[in-house]
Design a binder for this molecule. Structure first.
Ligand code: CO
Ligand code: CO
Length: 319
Protein backbone atom coordinates (compact mmCIF):
# COMPACT_ATOMS: atom_id res chain seq x y z
CA UNK A 1 0.00 0.00 0.00
CA UNK A 2 2.88 2.34 0.81
CA UNK A 3 4.04 1.99 -2.79
CA UNK A 4 0.95 3.91 -3.91
CA UNK A 5 1.87 6.93 -1.83
CA UNK A 6 3.99 9.69 -3.31
CA UNK A 7 7.62 9.03 -2.41
CA UNK A 8 9.17 11.92 -0.57
CA UNK A 9 12.30 13.00 -2.28
CA UNK A 10 14.48 14.86 0.12
CA UNK A 11 18.24 14.28 0.18
CA UNK A 12 18.24 14.73 3.95
CA UNK A 13 15.92 11.73 4.45
CA UNK A 14 18.66 9.13 5.01
CA UNK A 15 16.43 6.19 6.00
CA UNK A 16 12.73 5.51 6.11
CA UNK A 17 11.86 4.97 2.45
CA UNK A 18 12.79 1.30 2.47
CA UNK A 19 10.23 -1.08 4.04
CA UNK A 20 13.13 -2.81 5.84
CA UNK A 21 14.02 0.41 7.74
CA UNK A 22 12.98 0.41 11.39
CA UNK A 23 12.78 4.18 11.74
CA UNK A 24 13.22 7.35 9.71
CA UNK A 25 16.56 9.14 9.88
CA UNK A 26 16.56 12.79 8.84
CA UNK A 27 19.74 14.87 8.61
CA UNK A 28 19.37 18.30 10.20
CA UNK A 29 22.96 19.48 9.84
CA UNK A 30 26.15 17.78 8.63
CA UNK A 31 26.88 15.90 11.84
CA UNK A 32 23.40 15.50 13.36
CA UNK A 33 20.28 13.61 12.30
CA UNK A 34 17.00 12.97 14.08
CA UNK A 35 15.57 9.47 14.19
CA UNK A 36 11.78 9.07 14.47
CA UNK A 37 9.41 6.17 14.99
CA UNK A 38 5.88 5.47 16.27
CA UNK A 39 4.17 2.31 17.49
CA UNK A 40 1.08 1.49 19.57
CA UNK A 41 -1.10 -1.56 20.19
CA UNK A 42 -3.81 -3.14 22.35
CA UNK A 43 -2.91 -4.76 25.70
CA UNK A 44 -0.83 -7.95 25.53
CA UNK A 45 -0.86 -8.62 29.29
CA UNK A 46 -3.44 -8.11 32.08
CA UNK A 47 -1.45 -5.75 34.27
CA UNK A 48 -1.83 -2.12 33.15
CA UNK A 49 1.55 -1.01 34.48
CA UNK A 50 3.39 -3.86 32.72
CA UNK A 51 1.47 -3.14 29.53
CA UNK A 52 2.63 0.49 29.66
CA UNK A 53 6.25 -0.51 30.17
CA UNK A 54 6.09 -3.07 27.37
CA UNK A 55 4.51 -0.64 24.90
CA UNK A 56 7.09 2.03 25.69
CA UNK A 57 10.04 -0.40 25.47
CA UNK A 58 8.64 -1.56 22.13
CA UNK A 59 8.32 2.01 20.83
CA UNK A 60 11.89 2.85 21.84
CA UNK A 61 13.17 -0.31 20.19
CA UNK A 62 13.17 0.96 16.60
CA UNK A 63 15.53 3.76 17.63
CA UNK A 64 17.85 1.28 19.34
CA UNK A 65 17.68 -1.04 16.31
CA UNK A 66 19.27 1.68 14.19
CA UNK A 67 21.87 2.63 16.78
CA UNK A 68 20.17 5.90 17.71
CA UNK A 69 19.92 7.65 21.05
CA UNK A 70 16.26 8.26 22.05
CA UNK A 71 15.66 11.73 23.53
CA UNK A 72 11.94 12.57 23.73
CA UNK A 73 8.64 10.68 23.46
CA UNK A 74 4.94 11.50 23.14
CA UNK A 75 2.21 9.20 24.43
CA UNK A 76 -0.45 7.91 22.04
CA UNK A 77 -3.55 6.68 23.84
CA UNK A 78 -6.90 5.21 22.85
CA UNK A 79 -9.17 4.58 25.82
CA UNK A 80 -12.85 3.75 26.52
CA UNK A 81 -13.50 6.76 28.76
CA UNK A 82 -17.01 5.69 29.79
CA UNK A 83 -16.49 1.98 30.43
CA UNK A 84 -13.01 1.62 31.94
CA UNK A 85 -11.68 3.04 35.19
CA UNK A 86 -9.31 5.94 34.65
CA UNK A 87 -6.98 4.37 37.23
CA UNK A 88 -6.25 1.73 34.60
CA UNK A 89 -5.11 4.46 32.22
CA UNK A 90 -2.96 6.16 34.82
CA UNK A 91 -1.21 2.82 35.49
CA UNK A 92 -0.51 2.40 31.75
CA UNK A 93 0.97 5.90 31.61
CA UNK A 94 3.00 5.30 34.78
CA UNK A 95 4.48 2.17 33.18
CA UNK A 96 5.32 4.11 30.01
CA UNK A 97 6.87 6.93 32.04
CA UNK A 98 9.04 4.48 34.02
CA UNK A 99 10.34 2.79 30.86
CA UNK A 100 11.06 6.20 29.35
CA UNK A 101 12.89 7.29 32.51
CA UNK A 102 14.99 4.12 32.43
CA UNK A 103 15.92 5.01 28.84
CA UNK A 104 16.77 8.60 29.83
CA UNK A 105 13.91 9.79 27.62
CA UNK A 106 11.69 12.77 28.51
CA UNK A 107 7.97 12.35 27.86
CA UNK A 108 6.99 15.72 26.45
CA UNK A 109 3.29 15.32 25.69
CA UNK A 110 0.75 13.12 24.01
CA UNK A 111 -2.73 12.69 22.63
CA UNK A 112 -5.75 10.61 23.71
CA UNK A 113 -8.86 9.55 21.78
CA UNK A 114 -11.99 7.80 23.05
CA UNK A 115 -12.07 4.26 21.63
CA UNK A 116 -13.70 0.91 22.43
CA UNK A 117 -10.46 -0.93 23.12
CA UNK A 118 -7.45 0.57 24.92
CA UNK A 119 -4.34 1.12 22.84
CA UNK A 120 -1.07 2.63 23.93
CA UNK A 121 2.34 3.45 22.56
CA UNK A 122 4.74 6.27 21.89
CA UNK A 123 6.12 8.41 19.12
CA UNK A 124 9.84 8.60 19.86
CA UNK A 125 12.44 11.07 18.62
CA UNK A 126 16.15 10.46 18.97
CA UNK A 127 19.46 11.56 17.60
CA UNK A 128 22.13 9.78 15.60
CA UNK A 129 25.19 10.76 13.60
CA UNK A 130 24.27 10.76 9.90
CA UNK A 131 27.21 8.43 9.12
CA UNK A 132 26.87 6.14 12.12
CA UNK A 133 23.46 4.46 12.10
CA UNK A 134 22.88 0.80 11.27
CA UNK A 135 20.53 -0.15 8.46
CA UNK A 136 18.83 -3.43 7.70
CA UNK A 137 20.47 -3.79 4.27
CA UNK A 138 24.16 -4.30 5.05
CA UNK A 139 24.35 -8.06 5.72
CA UNK A 140 27.30 -9.81 4.01
CA UNK A 141 28.01 -13.48 3.26
CA UNK A 142 29.88 -15.03 6.16
CA UNK A 143 28.21 -12.80 8.78
CA UNK A 144 26.80 -14.45 11.87
CA UNK A 145 23.14 -13.85 12.73
CA UNK A 146 22.73 -12.94 16.38
CA UNK A 147 19.49 -12.62 18.36
CA UNK A 148 19.31 -10.70 21.65
CA UNK A 149 15.98 -11.89 23.14
CA UNK A 150 14.18 -15.25 23.10
CA UNK A 151 11.21 -15.88 20.75
CA UNK A 152 7.64 -16.66 21.81
CA UNK A 153 5.89 -13.59 23.24
CA UNK A 154 3.01 -14.07 20.78
CA UNK A 155 2.16 -17.62 21.87
CA UNK A 156 2.62 -16.74 25.56
CA UNK A 157 0.21 -13.79 25.40
CA UNK A 158 -2.24 -15.93 23.37
CA UNK A 159 -2.05 -18.60 26.07
CA UNK A 160 -2.62 -15.88 28.67
CA UNK A 161 -5.76 -14.67 26.88
CA UNK A 162 -7.00 -18.30 26.76
CA UNK A 163 -6.27 -18.56 30.52
CA UNK A 164 -3.93 -21.44 29.74
CA UNK A 165 -0.60 -19.85 30.62
CA UNK A 166 1.46 -20.54 33.73
CA UNK A 167 2.20 -17.49 35.89
CA UNK A 168 5.93 -18.18 35.73
CA UNK A 169 5.90 -18.31 31.92
CA UNK A 170 4.02 -15.01 31.74
CA UNK A 171 6.31 -13.33 34.29
CA UNK A 172 9.36 -14.40 32.32
CA UNK A 173 7.87 -13.13 29.04
CA UNK A 174 6.98 -9.82 30.72
CA UNK A 175 10.54 -9.48 32.00
CA UNK A 176 11.87 -9.81 28.44
CA UNK A 177 9.23 -7.56 26.88
CA UNK A 178 9.95 -4.78 29.38
CA UNK A 179 13.70 -5.05 28.80
CA UNK A 180 15.02 -2.15 26.73
CA UNK A 181 17.09 -2.97 23.65
CA UNK A 182 19.55 -0.29 24.77
CA UNK A 183 22.30 -2.67 25.93
CA UNK A 184 21.93 -4.67 22.72
CA UNK A 185 22.20 -1.45 20.71
CA UNK A 186 25.38 -0.39 22.51
CA UNK A 187 26.94 -3.84 21.90
CA UNK A 188 25.80 -3.71 18.27
CA UNK A 189 27.67 -0.44 17.71
CA UNK A 190 30.76 -1.75 19.50
CA UNK A 191 30.87 -4.71 17.09
CA UNK A 192 30.55 -2.63 13.91
CA UNK A 193 27.38 -4.54 13.03
CA UNK A 194 26.61 -4.76 9.30
CA UNK A 195 22.81 -4.95 9.53
CA UNK A 196 20.19 -4.70 12.25
CA UNK A 197 16.45 -4.86 12.80
CA UNK A 198 14.28 -5.50 15.83
CA UNK A 199 12.05 -8.58 15.79
CA UNK A 200 8.45 -7.42 16.21
CA UNK A 201 5.06 -8.07 14.59
CA UNK A 202 6.23 -9.93 11.49
CA UNK A 203 8.09 -12.55 13.51
CA UNK A 204 11.70 -13.71 13.17
CA UNK A 205 11.43 -14.83 9.53
CA UNK A 206 9.34 -11.79 8.62
CA UNK A 207 12.17 -9.50 9.75
CA UNK A 208 15.04 -11.71 8.58
CA UNK A 209 13.73 -12.11 5.03
CA UNK A 210 13.54 -8.35 4.19
CA UNK A 211 16.97 -7.83 5.77
CA UNK A 212 18.46 -10.52 3.52
CA UNK A 213 16.54 -9.40 0.47
CA UNK A 214 17.59 -5.77 0.88
CA UNK A 215 21.19 -6.92 1.42
CA UNK A 216 21.23 -9.20 -1.66
CA UNK A 217 22.14 -12.29 0.37
CA UNK A 218 20.66 -15.56 1.69
CA UNK A 219 20.98 -17.25 5.09
CA UNK A 220 20.84 -20.51 6.99
CA UNK A 221 19.36 -20.73 10.47
CA UNK A 222 19.63 -23.54 13.01
CA UNK A 223 16.42 -24.50 14.82
CA UNK A 224 18.36 -26.09 17.67
CA UNK A 225 20.10 -22.77 18.33
CA UNK A 226 16.87 -20.74 18.50
CA UNK A 227 16.35 -19.24 21.97
CA UNK A 228 12.72 -19.85 23.01
CA UNK A 229 10.82 -18.47 25.99
CA UNK A 230 10.03 -21.23 28.48
CA UNK A 231 6.59 -22.61 27.58
CA UNK A 232 6.54 -21.22 24.02
CA UNK A 233 6.99 -24.58 22.28
CA UNK A 234 4.43 -26.22 24.57
CA UNK A 235 1.74 -23.57 23.88
CA UNK A 236 2.48 -23.65 20.15
CA UNK A 237 2.00 -27.44 20.14
CA UNK A 238 -1.35 -26.90 21.88
CA UNK A 239 -2.41 -24.55 19.06
CA UNK A 240 -2.29 -21.38 21.19
CA UNK A 241 -0.98 -19.39 18.24
CA UNK A 242 -1.86 -15.72 17.56
CA UNK A 243 -4.03 -14.85 14.55
CA UNK A 244 -1.22 -12.88 12.92
CA UNK A 245 1.10 -15.90 12.67
CA UNK A 246 -0.60 -17.29 9.60
CA UNK A 247 -0.20 -14.03 7.63
CA UNK A 248 3.42 -13.93 8.72
CA UNK A 249 4.31 -17.37 7.45
CA UNK A 250 2.27 -17.09 4.28
CA UNK A 251 4.35 -14.01 3.44
CA UNK A 252 7.67 -15.85 3.74
CA UNK A 253 6.96 -19.53 3.06
CA UNK A 254 8.02 -19.38 -0.61
CA UNK A 255 11.48 -18.19 0.46
CA UNK A 256 12.14 -21.09 2.82
CA UNK A 257 14.10 -24.31 2.19
CA UNK A 258 13.44 -26.81 4.96
CA UNK A 259 15.94 -29.57 5.58
CA UNK A 260 14.24 -30.60 8.79
CA UNK A 261 10.72 -31.59 9.77
CA UNK A 262 10.15 -30.98 13.45
CA UNK A 263 6.45 -30.16 13.08
CA UNK A 264 4.34 -27.13 12.11
CA UNK A 265 4.87 -25.43 15.45
CA UNK A 266 8.42 -24.55 14.42
CA UNK A 267 7.17 -22.61 11.40
CA UNK A 268 4.69 -20.97 13.79
CA UNK A 269 7.39 -20.03 16.29
CA UNK A 270 9.62 -18.66 13.52
CA UNK A 271 6.63 -16.53 12.45
CA UNK A 272 5.35 -15.72 15.96
CA UNK A 273 4.55 -11.99 16.15
CA UNK A 274 6.84 -10.56 18.81
CA UNK A 275 6.05 -7.65 21.09
CA UNK A 276 9.17 -5.73 22.13
CA UNK A 277 11.37 -8.47 20.68
CA UNK A 278 15.15 -8.47 20.51
CA UNK A 279 17.55 -7.19 17.91
CA UNK A 280 18.40 -9.40 14.96
CA UNK A 281 21.97 -8.56 13.96
CA UNK A 282 24.29 -9.49 11.12
CA UNK A 283 27.86 -9.34 12.41
CA UNK A 284 31.18 -10.23 10.76
CA UNK A 285 32.59 -13.45 12.29
CA UNK A 286 35.70 -11.61 13.51
CA UNK A 287 33.48 -9.07 15.35
CA UNK A 288 31.30 -11.60 17.20
CA UNK A 289 33.82 -11.71 20.03
CA UNK A 290 33.65 -7.92 20.43
CA UNK A 291 29.86 -8.17 20.53
CA UNK A 292 29.95 -10.81 23.26
CA UNK A 293 32.45 -8.72 25.22
CA UNK A 294 30.11 -5.74 25.07
CA UNK A 295 26.97 -7.79 25.87
CA UNK A 296 25.37 -7.47 29.31
CA UNK A 297 23.22 -9.74 31.47
CA UNK A 298 20.13 -7.87 30.21
CA UNK A 299 20.36 -9.45 26.78
CA UNK A 300 21.16 -12.65 24.93
CA UNK A 301 23.93 -12.95 22.37
CA UNK A 302 22.81 -16.16 20.66
CA UNK A 303 24.11 -17.10 17.24
CA UNK A 304 21.13 -18.53 15.33
CA UNK A 305 22.65 -18.89 11.87
CA UNK A 306 24.80 -17.33 9.21
CA UNK A 307 24.49 -15.19 6.11
CA UNK A 308 25.37 -16.92 2.85
CA UNK A 309 25.60 -16.18 -0.83
CA UNK A 310 22.52 -17.24 -2.73
CA UNK A 311 19.17 -16.05 -4.03
CA UNK A 312 18.48 -12.81 -2.12
CA UNK A 313 16.08 -13.40 0.75
CA UNK A 314 16.19 -17.21 0.74
CA UNK A 315 16.44 -18.92 4.10
CA UNK A 316 17.58 -22.50 4.68
CA UNK A 317 16.16 -24.04 7.85
CA UNK A 318 18.62 -26.50 9.37
CA UNK A 319 18.29 -28.69 12.49
CO1 CO B 1 11.37 -2.37 13.93
CO1 CO C 1 7.91 -0.25 14.70
Amino acid sequence: MLRRLPRPYDPNLLAGRNPADDAAVYRLVDDLAIIQTVDFFAPVVDDAYDYGRIAAANSLSDVYAMGGHPVTAMNIVAFPMDSLDLDYLSEILRGGADAAAEAGVTVVGGHTVDDEEPKYGMAVTGTVRPDAFVRADGARPGDRLILTKPIGTGVISTALKAQAASGAHVANAVRWMTTLNRAASVAMLAARTHASSDVTGFGLLGHLHPMLHASGVAAAIHLSALPLLPGALWYAKKGLVPGGTRHNYEAVTEFLDWSVDWGDQWLELLSDPQTSGGLLLSIAPESVHAFRQAATRKMLAVEIGEVTEGVPGRIRILP
